[in-house]
Design a binder for this molecule. Structure first.
Ligand SMILES: Nc1ncnc2c1ncn2[C@@H]1O[C@H](COP(=O)(O)OP(=O)(O)O)[C@@H](O)[C@H]1O
Ligand SMILES: [Mg+2]
Length: 357
């Protein structure tokens, strides 16, 4: 499952246009697509005219409610095209989550639990770098950065590169970048110079295909459809199909092993063939145990072993459907599962991790 955020902190550079039409184009190539609207302005949701009776939950609910699964929050626009719509209330999330542990991991954790359901998850993001954008970046292994031929949008690009470098150095999360030029008026000298400048500075991450300037994109957004629903726009259909094919082809620059490891690290416990896999990243620990209701909260708990392959301490349990509270004991210290945002406060005022099977 490839998870791609469309990000640029500059507003109006085409994030939503690219997110909607790329998602639609990948759908045309037969891929199973999820589009997640992470912008409180909800332009992607509006731009696809989702019937209101179809919407029971939004991105806000998905991020704030531990018990809500991704599958409960999606609207099925067609068998292969699902969307999690946004709503203005999403703007309250920054404040509600500020100061909370793991606040940037909510989206990633939900997606990691649903790994493999979609071929592509495309995330439309807001025009600033706050908790919402960090949730998108941490959930993603790739970003598409739309830039318009203007030097302001290069500024957004440079700042985003800095943010991504920070993610890499602070939490060891690599996000692969693709720059997509949008709103290009090919015939102007300025546009030609701009493209050359980008090729010179960012060649390896610049996409070959570009989105041209056309009023049809604006019209399609106003009509609440993708460009593929517009008649007399064959050249634009071709344009986005070529972009989708290029995006698909760029999988060759991804380190899939690294991506799988990242998904693993984002997870709380998850279902595997043999039961429920618990894992924790504790590279310097001497001993790690799992304890909880299923082990009568024994301080000896259930011994975990270090996987030589990915370095995580792991154990797999068979558990019947239900709710379970648990903690890890790392070198004698009782801790909550740092990868699981779902917690309940126990009688000692500490947080137990909560697992719902
Ligand atoms: N290639 C394009 N040609 C013409 N208009 C475009 C193009 N890309 C975006 N627009 C228009 O520019 C405005 C901003 O685009 P949008 O995708 O909403 O940007 P963002 O999501 O980054 O704020 C919208 O009105 C959109 O229809
Ligand atoms: Mg937008």
């Amino acid at each position: 499952m490839r998870i791609i955020s469309v990000v640029n902190q500059k507003g109006g550079c085409g994030k939503t246009t690219v997110a909607i039409n790329l998602a639609a184009a990948l759908g045309k190539l037969g891929k199973k697509i999820l589009l997640i609207d992470m912008d409180p302005q909800a332009h992607a949701s509006l731009g696809l005219n989702i019937p209101s009776e179809m919407i029971s939950h939004t991105t806000y609910d998905l991020l704030i409610e531990p018990r809500l699964k991704l599958s409960d929050a999606v609207c099925e626009l067609s068998e292969n095209f699902h969307i999690v719509p946004s709503s203005p209330v999403l703007s309250a999330l920054e404040q509600e989550l500020s100061g909370k542990k793991g606040r940037e991991n909510h989206l990633g954790a939900k997606l990691a639990k649903s790994d493999g359901i979609y071929d592509f998850v495309i995330i439309d993001s807001p025009p600033n770098v706050g908790i919402l954008t960090f949730n998108a970046l941490i959930a993603s292994n790739e970003v598409i950065i739309p830039v318009e031929p203007s030097y302001f949008s290069l500024d957004g690009l440079n700042r985003l590169r800095e943010t991504l470098e920070l993610l890499e150095s602070e939490i060891d999360h690599t996000v692969v970048m693709h720059i997509l030029i949008n709103n290009l008026e090919k015939r102007t000298n300025f546009a030609r110079d701009f493209v050359h400048e980008l090729e010179r500075k960012h060649e390896s991450i610049l996409m070959q295909n570009m989105v041209s300037h056309s009023v049809r994109y604006k019209e399609s957004a106003l009509m609440g459809v993708s460009i593929f629903e517009m008649s007399d726009a064959d050249h634009l259909h071709k344009e986005f199909l070529a972009i989708a094919e290029e995006v698909e082809g760029r999988s060759n620059i991804l380190d899939m092993e690294n991506i799988r490891n990242w998904m693993e690290r984002l997870h709380g416990p998850r279902v595997v063939e043999e039961g429920i896999l618990f894992s924790i990243d504790a590279p310097s620990a001497e001993s790690v145990y799992l304890t909880g209701e299923f082990a009568n909260w024994s301080r000896n708990g259930i011994s975990m072993t270090r996987d030589s392959y990915n370095g995580l301490w792991q154990v797999t349990l068979h558990l019947e459907p239900g709710e379970y509270e648990y903690r890890f004991i790392v070198d004698g210290n009782w801790i909550r599962d740092p990868k699981n945002n779902d917690t309940v406060v126990n009688e000692f005022g500490q947080e137990n991790s909560l697992l719902i099977v």
